[in-house]
Design a protein around this ligand. Structure first.
Ligand code: ZN
Ligand code: ZN
Length: 324
């Protein structure tokens, strides 16, 4: 069973097939919350005093203007993410007190890397994803050197009878991405055309991220769709969700939000590309972004890249509320 250090708790997108064997990952993440109860208590008691809590209060006042647009998650169904994992909701103030990864003056860049062979559509979607992430996180995105299967030793890849050449996500994040993280980058995200696995017997997952390790990966192998718009939306959702984990933002369990955990593709498609106000406050806190400029730029991107109407509608309504 994969052993996880406290500071390297991983957050995963997993299909139901593998959930049981992954339980230690999520159990450790839940443990992280309780182990840091002292931090959380301090955060609550010092809300009025410490500058970071005052700043979060100000940010939340901004993001809560979008409260009229937020929707509660429907009751949990059999084999959905929340059926398997009982994660606790983290408040914005708890996040501010959790020493999250944030953008700093000397590290404002996100590094994006490709793994495996991309079709021409996927190549174009990769570039759109780089542009989208730069707006979503309001930071420059640099595209790094491509990673090939030759970068993986035989012990970190396998030929799966159903899913073809499948690479080990732990080797990728720990041995390739993290050591190759430049000093001016706050995080590195890889997009893999190959299927990924975590350990023997765990061959299917959508993503794997070190929430305090600043390195993560999504696999687009199981995101394919005959409809190009659906395929692109899935890639954007997966990449932005995992990248938000790089900023130590955990799953969202109350509201329909990009940070919802997903155990299957139905949940993946239902979960929106936008963040509900609580998670958005965390993103703004970590990136120090201007919320109005961010939302305007995302609306423009949604229009010019023909993103799904529900996302464009959300951006339009959000901008109307923010500019009131
Ligand atoms: Zn996740
Ligand atoms: Zn959320």
């Amino acid at each position: 069973m994969y052993k996880i250090m406290k500071s390297h708790a991983r957050l995963l997108f997993l299909p139901t097939l593998c959930l049981l064997l992954f339980s230690c990952s999520e159990a450790d993440f839940a443990g992280f919350t309780s182990k840091n109860a002292q931090t959380v208590t301090t955060a609550k008691s010092n809300t009025k005093q410490h500058p970071k809590f005052i700043r979060m209060e100000e940010i939340y006042n901004q993001t809560s203007r979008l409260n009229p647009l937020q929707k509660k998650m429907p009751p949990v169904k059999y084999k959905e993410w929340r059926y398997f994992w009982k994660e606790k909701e983290q408040t914005p103030q708890q996040y501010a007190g959790s020493f999250p990864v944030t953008l700093e003056n000397n590290r404002r860049m996100l590094l994006l890397r490709r793994v495996g062979n991309f079709s021409s559509f996927e190549e174009s979607a990769f570039r759109q994803t780089a542009d989208f992430l730069s707006l979503y996180f309001q930071c420059p995105v640099r595209i790094g050197r491509d990673i090939t299967v030759n970068d993986f030793p035989e012990t970190a890849q396998k030929n799966d009878p159903k899913d073809g050449l499948t690479i080990n996500s732990v080797y990728l994040t720990d041995k390739i991405l993290k050591p190759g993280l430049p000093a001016d980058c706050w995080g590195v995200m890889a997009i893999s055309a190959n299927n990924i696995y975590k350990a023997e017997g765990l061959s299917v997952q959508y993503g794997d991220t070190l929430i305090y390790g600043r390195a993560g990966v999504i696999s687009i192998y199981h995101m394919k769709s005959a409809d190009p718009q659906t395929y692109l939306m899935r890639i954007l959702k997966g990449a932005s969700h995992e990248t938000a984990h790089l900023l130590s933002i955990p799953h969202c369990t109350t509201w329909l939000c990009n940070m919802n955990g997903k155990a299957n593709m139905q949940e993946f498609d239902r979960s929106p590309l936008y963040m509900a106000p609580d998670c958005l406050a965390k993103l703004i806190f970590a990136t120090n972004a201007n919320i109005n400029r961010r939302m305007t730029e995302l609306e423009n991107f949604a229009t010019s890249n023909n993103l799904a109407p529900d996302y464009l509608n959300y951006c339009q309504q959000a901008n109307a509320l923010l500019q009131k």
